[in-house]
Design a protein around this ligand. Structure first.
Ligand SMILES: [Zn+2]
Ligand SMILES: [Zn+2]
Length: 135
């Protein structure tokens, strides 16, 4: 599987060459603000399956704690994901060019959910994050 993605201004481009896993919708207050939306949808990608194609120098990271942050394009503001080791450990599904085939399997931080948004699917809902997860 190879799939590309990137930001709104197309300055930042990346390529995924392996499976996307742990797809989830995060409703926490930080993700809501980061995305300007009811929730953010993230997927994990192995470091060996992620590479930048262009614009890595345009990537900015907003850190809430040292080493914990959100990556975005400093030109257009697109939310790109969770950085780790100079790559993205989790990508925002909305920045993918095409449908990767995987689907969200859960809602996290539903305890912080926007009151104006109603979850209408049957996926498991977690008040915070399921045990064993870091984001
Ligand atoms: Zn951009
Ligand atoms: Zn979140």
């Amino acid at each position: 599987m190879k799939i590309q993605g990137g930001c709104l201004c197309r300055g930042i481009r990346y390529e995924i060459s392996g499976p996307l896993t742990d797809v989830g919708n995060c409703h926490c207050s930080m993700c809501r603000r980061f995305h300007g939306a009811a929730f953010g949808t993230y997927a994990k990608v192995g470091a060996e399956h992620f590479r930048w194609l262009a614009g890595q120098d345009l990537l900015s990271v907003y850190e809430t704690r040292p080493g914990i942050g959100w990556a975005f394009c400093r030109v257009c503001g697109s939310s790109l994901g969770i950085p780790a080791g100079g790559k993205l450990a989790e990508i925002t599904m909305g920045t993918l060019d095409a449908d990767p085939g995987v689907r969200p399997t859960e809602h996290t931080f539903v305890g912080s959910k926007a009151g104006w948004f109603e979850i209408t699917d049957g996926l498991p809902q977690h008040a915070e994050r399921p045990t064993g997860k870091t984001q």
